[in-house]
Design a protein around this ligand. Sequence first.
Ligand code: ADP
Length: 630
Amino acid sequence: MQPSPQISKEDYRSIFCNSPATKLIIDTDAPVYTILDVNDAYLFATNSDRESLVGNSVFGVFPPNPTDMVSKNIERTIFSFNEAIQSKMPHTMYNYRYDIPIRGTDEFEERYWTTSNTPVLDDEGNVKFLIHSPVNVTETVKLAQREQEGAQALKDQQKQLHSVFMQAPVGIGIFKGADYVVDLINPPLCELYGRTFKELIGKPIFDVLTSARGQGFEQILDNVRSTGVPFVGRAIPLPLNRKGKEEIIYVNFVYEPFKEVDGRISGVIAVATEITDQIESKLKLQESEEQFRFMSESMPQQVWTSDASGKLNYVNEWTQKYFGRTSEDLLEAGIERFIHPDDLNRCMSKWAEALTTGEIFQVEFRMLRQDQQYRWHLSRALPFKANDTIVKWLGTNTDIEEHKKIEQKKDEFISIASHELKTPLTSLKAYLQLLERSPTATSIPSNFIKNSLSQMRRLEKLVEDLLDVSKISGGKMAYNLSVFSMNDLIVDAVGSVQQITSSHELIVERNEQAMFNGDHYRIEQVVINFLTNAIKYSPQGKKVIINSQVAEGNIVVSVQDFGIGIAKEHQQKLFERFYRVDNTAMKYDGLGLGLYVASEILQRHNGKFWIESEQYKGSTFFFSLPLQEN
Ligand code: ADP
């Protein structure tokens, strides 16, 4: 082709040099491939200058990068040159790496190219040279590479997330669409629902969990899906059918909107854990606490608890009533202030000891009741342990005032009994010693024998009373029943007591005829006890009046004296065991057993007894026995 008349050879050269496409003219002198010419765009693209390129082998000025062992750029270029020369057709290499040297250093710059090698033919059709025209595609390749890497990273991340999802120790599920089709569900959530993965996946969740349908979960899910606002549920009861069993479990859960890549909410992601065990044990604890409270409130004694350090944290109603204080007041200020000053130190040091050793606390002390009366209590507290550590103390304070009094009475009784037994024994001993000293005396003074016998009778009476008491306690008192005349019994009893009494006259005012079925000996014992008491407790009195009459089917017997009388407060207690009116206890001999035994005998005969008395004026002791049953 001839150059057009307007475009000279120089112009073509200038067009070549200024063409924006990179161009290198290469000789076909394989394997050297000498550079014949180069345009400015090429020089710019490869950071080169014309002098260092033209006349040199293309592979000499663009040597391989020794650090790049994989791209085989030299081989690929030679292959492309050959293809173009052989086929006499342009050959293109796409997106291959061919690093260019950074001039003046040993370094290379990473570059990617898409290059066409176009053969230029002479008139005979032989390849004269090649036009080597590389396009720098480094940015495009790198971008593609980065995209690929990004896509891979995303894939890896998704894989990782899926594995976290499946292995998470909490239940996670994704429910899609308005029917909440199970899109993904992990094993813990399958287990929570009591279903297999197969039973759930791809199905609307409420088609499988039919028991949970209509319980309000649908509305919550709809709300999360439509508003995008998450929902947090705590300790929510969820009815389920697990392994064929209808049950209600408790769950904590979070519903989060599930968003697609474009931001559209397509479903709900649920995270759930079952807390049935915790809730049940909490309920059980609550129940047992309520039970404890109910029990302790219904107990007729003080019940309290304290924390491990000993600080009071609960008192029952009985305790509040005893002190006349509110629970708040007692918990705030403690009960130490109500302990008797003489007992306080002993009590507090025992408590401190129990708190440090963890051993049972037990101590007796007096506490001030709201009526300002100190009463003895037995306080006991046990440590309550959890995992071998004391978490609280459970204590009771039992009122032992009456018990203490009985103990005291017992002690008194033992001392009186020893005294009572010793007195006649001493007299008897004295008489016997006197007799021993005069063994040859032919006549023994008559009062010796009389007095000895009287002391013997005293001893006998004491021992009999004691025996009777022990028989009563052991339930072994035997009754020999027979029908006898009550008026005869009274005449006999009065007669025998009168025989040994010169100080008083026993007057039977009235003695009605009545037959009675009972133990003659025991009833006589009651009458004799009434008579001897009447004499004993009326030292100034001269007479004792006896009455016996039938009234409303009962025989009523009374013994009246004109002695010391009995104050009102003692009258009810005289028939108790060991009971003696304080001011008589030391002045008159006796053990306080006679009336107790009498009451026991009368009760066994379905009888009644009572007293009418005025202090310093005298007393009348009554008993009545039913006749119709006999
Ligand atoms: P004892 O006479 O041996 O003490 P009792 O059981 O017969 O025992 O009497 C109990 C107490 O009742 C007496 O200690 C006394 O204080 C009181 N008592 C009994 N009878 C009379 C009475 N007739 N007058 C006054 N006090 C009496």
